[in-house]
Design a protein around this ligand. Structure first.
Ligand code: DAH
Length: 355
């Protein structure tokens, strides 16, 4: 081919090829255009091959430039159209799969369970008073759960807690008190100031007792911990948990692992300790929450029995301590006026949503 022929071929073919590329409606059509016009047997290859056979350098240069220009224009047109076709295909696929005009689905947000809220509050208060978290196993040795807490085998005090036995030596812990002994043995030297939160188990169930429930245990052992320290700690505790006007009352009681032992009452936060009126007033004018006594029992406590300190590897001649154990369900029930403990474990969203 001569220079003029090459020029003519390119002129005629480029426009045709551009038209064909632009008219391609699918990736397949575009591909056949590419093969036809830009492939090895297409006019462009033919023109490029002919360039080399031209007689003069000058002609080669001119024809080469024409061929390269044509190549560049076609290549650009091909790339652009390819992108357009691919975008359209993507769009079509999406439109088929996703209807973007449908209303969205509302995301359900979780919230803390009321028992978690209660336990967190209790642990926050104790944390602020310097109690650090401690933990123990829910499946516990009889020794920690009972014997090291002054409850020997075959002792009548065992009847205080109706226990699930795994075997003769292993129980589902009936309280968090075994963590007292574990903490003493683990920490070894005073001050020992721990709070333990966790599940406990008893063979008990009615509307205020569940076979699984939660306790928070507090223990403070040091050189000169007194009963006054216990009372002061409990006073701060009830003010923070039940309100600033709350008062503490301690009644003599018995636990094998404390001496002396007390039941801890808080002044009724419904009737303000008066026994009458308040949010839970009955038809007779008496407060139903505290049964008109003005006081509500919330936990057991006492000074750690010297024998228990000894079981914990500590010297009762040098150290004293106090301990207390509080039922989380009971606090939550009092706080929100929940009358049936089972509501906490049924996972009925109508109930859980309210907290
Ligand atoms: N462990 C006792 C119970 O579950 C509660 C208790 C009483 C814990 C007195 C204590 C305490 O730490 O000093 O019934």
């Amino acid at each position: 081919m001569t220079l003029a022929e090459i020029e003519q071929l390119l002129q005629q073919s480029v426009d045709r090829a551009l038209g064909a590329l632009a008219g391609a409606k699918s990736a397949d059509e575009l591909e056949s255009c590419r093969v036809q016009y830009l492939g090895q047997k297409g006019f462009l290859s033919q023109a490029k091959k002919s360039v080399g056979q031209l007689p003069t350098v000058d002609d080669k240069k001119k024809a080469g430039k024409l061929a390269n220009d044509a190549d560049a224009r076609l290549g650009k047109a091909y790339d652009e159209h390819k992108q357009r076709i691919e975008a359209a295909a993507r769009e079509a696929e999406l439109a088929e799969r996703w209807d973007v005009t449908l209303p969205g689905r509302r995301a359900l947000r979780g919230r803390r369970h009321p028992l978690t809220v209660t336990a967190d509050d209790i642990l926050d208060v104790l944390g602020a008073l310097g109690f650090v978290r401690a933990e123990g196993p829910e499946i516990e040795h009889d020794w920690y759960n009972f014997e090291a807490l002054n409850v020997p085998r075959d002792h009548p005090a065992r009847d205080m807690q109706d226990t699930f036995y795994i075997d003769d030596d292993v129980v589902l812990r009936t309280h968090t008190s075994p963590v007292q002994v574990r903490a003493m043995l683990a920490i070894g030297k005073p001050p020992i100031r721990v709070a333990c939160y966790g599940r406990v188990y008893r063979n008990d169930h009615d509307i205020t007792h569940s076979p699984m429930f939660h306790q928070v245990e507090g223990l403070y052992v040091d050189g000169s911990v007194t009963f006054g320290d216990l009372k002061g700690t409990l006073q701060v505790f009830v003010e923070r948990i039940f309100g600033a006007k709350s008062k503490v009352r301690l009644r003599p009681s018995f636990f094998p692992f404390t001496e002396p032992s007390v039941e801890v009452d808080v002044s009724c936060f419904s009737c303000n300790g008066t026994g009458s009126g308040g949010a839970t007033v009955g038809d007779d004018g008496r407060c139903r929450l505290c049964k008109a006594t003005g006081w509500i029992e919330i936990m057991g406590a006492g000074m750690v029995d010297p024998e228990v300190l000894r079981f914990g590897g500590l010297d009762p001649d040098k150290l004293t301590g106090f301990a207390f154990g509080i039922g989380v369900e009971r606090v939550a029930m009092l706080r929100w006026g929940v009358s049936d403990i089972r509501l906490f474990f049924e996972n009925d969203r109508r109930f859980l949503r309210q907290f």
